[in-house]
Design a protein around this ligand. Structure first.
Ligand code: FAD
Length: 276
């Protein structure tokens, strides 16, 4: 059997205290020997320097760091410069995205879709980077249709992506169906499920509304019933997400990518339960 791919995602911390806390979080998660740590990137410029700084730190600590790069609102020159900086830093892995411009912010720039960014990275840097792209088992909210979304995903893979990480979801069937449809389209690359631990219901509901990841009704109703009792929210979340991970791995998922929210405990708890 192939080695399973586990990875952890962070957002760039906003304060020195946040950065310090993240060093400790990384240390705890590094003990699980992940394939890489990735760091998100704010489209439209909001957090870009902090992404680069966090990547530099992760690299300096001796871990494999994978920056996210989004292209919406960007010019070719600035993406080229960033790729060169990452190459010089010894970065070998990139998560390539379109991104979403914050509302009211500028023009879409020189790239419209992620497949154009993937093609540009390959054109500029050949095979230097392992390129990850995003996949949507419950379909991207702006997709014209489910079929179109899969064909657009295929376009990204054909442009030179090596593997994909999915948006989070709580319905394992959506993932298995998506992977099956991709295989029918001749996409053979690993598609790693993105896992969102459940820490706070209000926050999760907000994320889910924005990105189109469904919280199934039975879960939403149960989580709502806990009100401010966060302990119960987390205990329920741990049960549900662990079972989801078990099903995914048993069903052939090539690994798991955790959206850590810059906290070690929720991911560690799932990991422990999984007995990995
Ligand atoms: P695309 O693949 O370009 O798809 C966007 C939409 O356009 C889809 O509806 C697709 O069907 C359609 N489409 C694609 N190509 C074409 C085409 N050629 N013609 C017509 N339609 C097309 N956002 C950030 O800002 N920063 C991050 O760090 C970040 N990290 C993420 C990590 C993961 C693993 C995931 C799943 C998402 C992440 N996002 C991040 C969110 C992501 O940027 C948004 O979901 C964004 O709306 C779409 O990005 P994409 O790369 O999937 O876009």
């Amino acid at each position: 059997m192939n080695r399973q791919l586990f990875s952890f995602e962070f957002f760039p911390p906003q304060t020195p205290e946040g950065a310090e806390k993240l060093v400790a979080v990384r240390k705890q998660l590094a003990a699980l020997h992940p394939e890489f740590f990735s760091v998100t990137f704010g489209a439209g410029g909001s957090t870009q320097d902090r992404t680069i700084e966090t990547i530099r730190q992760i690299k300096a600590e001796g871990y494999i760091a994978a920056p996210h790069i989004s292209c919406v609102g960007s010019r070719r020159d600035s993406i080229r410069a960033m790729l060169n900086d990452y190459k010089d830093m010894g970065i070998k892995r990139i998560v390539a995205l379109r991104g979403d411009l914050p509302s009211g912010m500028g023009s879409i720039g020189e790239f419209q879709y992620a497949n154009e960014l993937v093609a540009f990275i390959r054109e500029q840097t050949g095979d230097h980077f392992h390129i990850e792209v995003a996949a949507y088992p419950e379909f991207h909210p702006q997709a014209k249709s489910a079929r179109d979304d899969i064909l657009n995903f295929k376009r990204k893979m054909a442009a030179g992506a090596d593997s994909a990480i999915t948006q989070y979801f709580y319905n394992a069937d959506s993932y298995f169906y998506f992977v099956e449809e991709c295989r029918k389209q001749g996409i053979t690359a690993p598609i790693v499920p993105g896992i969102m631990p459940i820490v706070k219901f209000a926050q999760l509901a907000r994320f889910s509304d924005a990105c189109g990841a469904e919280i199934p009704r039975w879960m939403r109703k149960t989580l709502e019933s806990f009100g401010d009792d966060n302990e119960s929210v987390q205990a329920f979340g741990l049960d549900v997400v662990t079972q989801l991970c078990e099903r995914l791995l048993a069903g052939g998922a090539p690994g798991l990518h955790f959206y850590t929210l810059n906290q070690a405990a929720p991911t560690l708890a799932i990991w422990k339960r999984l007995g990995l």
